[in-house]
Design a protein around this ligand. Structure first.
Ligand code: COA
Length: 328
């Protein structure tokens, strides 16, 4: 038995933040941002809109597209680094908002690799035979942890998310293989220092701007190119595939130059790589499911196509997933 994707969806909030808007906020230029990252616009939530609100839109679309009732859902997994609350998972809030009263669920914190971690977790629970389906969401409200006076980070991130309905499948379609890694020694290079148990919120942590994302961009850049390329190549090799066999590669959208370098190292032609970073920036756990929904909507995937996902992120975390596209 395999777990296969039977519906996809995405949600981007309405408010647009352009590079030209950022020029008025920090010492930067549209030209610098486009040439160093490939990003042109990103979307931000409105006041009062949180990750569970985006997740509820995503889950509702999945129910509509699949024709399933909320009561039929077994599991809800949410990959996010920006939960609504420290206590009470975003999955629980979404479960309540959509009325999935027979589902249980939890959040997964693996930064930008979160969606692949959540897919791996959900697929193994489905393959066990105990659960028939899962709503898997990757969504982040990065604007809640970004310092809009810090030009090193505020130009990169955006809000948004996407999700899939995973169902058990008796045919060959579905998740074929995955490789996942964690290296906690990388945590010093990308983190939000305060707000957790190490540095609970206090006047001092707020004054020192410790509730915002801090990153060492250069170190992450090198780590990302090497590890996202290696883990993509490794999963192809261990399944006796080459870039030629892939219909589509959906990499985490963190920086256009990282995507191009990783695709080149895997020998992938540009038309096989989905790139939408110019529109949305880095939505952390949201980038891959957003791109997947766009790929489905634009007809880039057909039954039997081979799809490769790959990501890297804070932790450090990184991984890849190979999917044979098709219905249950
Ligand atoms: N506008 C203008 N100049 C900027 C700037 C901005 N928004 N941000 C940084 N700079 C400056 C730097 O201060 C530096 O100036 P200096 O040489 O006077 O010190 C110069 O531009 C070059 O900075 P550098 O860090 O070498 O740029 P870069 O080419 O490495 O690009 C990142 C910076 C952050 C875009 C890039 O390193 C990156 O994308 N890293 C990965 C980040 C990431 O993916 N994070 C999420 C992980 S999932």
């Amino acid at each position: 038995m395999r777990a296969t994707i039977t519906a996809t969806s995405r949600y981007l909030p309405e408010r647009v933040l352009t590079n030209f808007d950022l020029e008025k906020m920090v010492d930067t230029t549209d030209e610098w941002i486009r040439s160093r990252t490939g990003i042109e616009t990103r979307y931000l939530v409105s006041e009062g809109e949180a990750t569970s609100d985006m997740g509820t839109h995503i889950a509702t679309q999945l129910l509509d597209k699949s024709g399933k009732s909320p009561e039929e859902i077994d599991l809800i997994l949410v990959a996010t680094s920006t939960p609504d609350y420290l206590v009470c998972s975003t999955a629980a809030l979404i479960q309540d908002k959509i009325g999935a009263k027979n589902a249980w669920g939890f959040d997964i914190a693996a930064a930008c690799t979160g969606f692949i971690y959540a897919m791996e977790t959900a697929s193994k629970l489905i393959e066990s035979g105990r659960y028939k389906n899962a709503i898997v969401i990757g969504a982040d409200t990065m604007s809640s942890i970004i310092d809009y006076t810090d030009r090193n980070t505020c130009i990169i991130f955006g809000d948004g998310g996407g999700g899939v309905l995973l169902e058990s499948s008796d045919n060959q379609a579905g998740i074929i293989d995955s490789i996942l890694h964690t290296d906690g020694s990388g945590s010093k290079h990308l983190n939000v220092p305060a707000g957790g148990s190490a540095h609970p919120a206090s006047k001092d942590t707020v004054d020192k701007r410790m509730h915002f994302v801090h990153q060492d961009g250069k170190t992450i850049f090198k780590f990302a190119v090497k590890n996202m390329a290696d883990v993509s190549k490794q999963i192809l090799d261990q399944n006796n595939l080459t870039g030629e066999d892939l219909k589509l590669f959906i990499p985490h959208q963190a920086n256009r130059r990282i995507i191009d370098a990783a695709a080149k190292r895997c020998g992938l032609a540009e038309n096989k790589v989905l790139i939408n970073i110019h529109k949305y920036g880095n939505t952390t756990a949201g980038t891959i499911p957003i791109a997947l929904d766009e790929a489905v909507e634009t007809g880039r995937l057909e039954n039997g196509d081979m799809l490769l996902l790959a990501a890297f992120g804070g932790g450090f975390t990184w991984g890849s997933m190979l999917i044979s596209w098709g219905d249950a």
